[in-house]
Design a protein around this ligand. Sequence first.
Ligand code: ZN
Length: 256
Amino acid sequence: MISLVLLCGLLGLLLGSFANVCVYRIPRHESIAFPGSHCPTCDHPIAAYDNIPVISWLLLRGRCRHCQQAIAWRYPLLELLMGLSWAGLAYHFGPTGQLLMALCLFFLLWVLSFIDFETTLLPDVLTLPGIVVGLLFSWWLADWQAALIGAVAGYGLFWSVNKVFLLLTGREGMGYGDFKLLAMLGAFLGWQALPFIILASSTIGAVVGTLFLYLSRRGLRAEIPFGPYLAAAAMIWLLWSDGILNWYLSSAGMPM
Ligand SMILES: [Zn+2]
């Protein structure tokens, strides 16, 4: 068990490095495979010994070895988040098919959240294959019908909310990427997860958004990415859905 947690933590750190490549290159429509890692400022290739997750960033004090340009703190942060969450998932699920599904889902959610945070986009090249992968996992491990309904309902729910919002206000309330992300979450987690995900993500979004507006004094019209909140809600559901359902049933269905 300890070795599984360590293995997943280590793999998470390494894949966190790859996740950074995805976050940088996918919105720029660059290949995620070629060329190898290079400094975005001076284009100098990054040697393997300067590409060790988290540690290299610390040793280089967050600067490129060649041009001394600062390397964004996003790099070690994403590596750390991937490593820690993958280790946590290994501890939570143990050596099961569920673990494999959870690792895939978390990888996609971290990459999508960081891209959405930086660009307010949720690229189709991640969400659409994500829907297919989610359906395949559900077909293998859970209930493919609940997953299919989840995917369709996820897209349809946000599509209709957006349509109503457009009719009432004359502008789009959310991006089409959000529809596809919710469809992906429905495919991975089944339609049963959608009420919680929508409720929790709106709540988290309202709290964080208010804080953010207060701290940054940006206008209310500033575009706030919704993807990270959806991702956070989905992560909570994946880990604690049993507890959430029990709590809900015991507080809502209590016979008087
Ligand atoms: Zn450089």
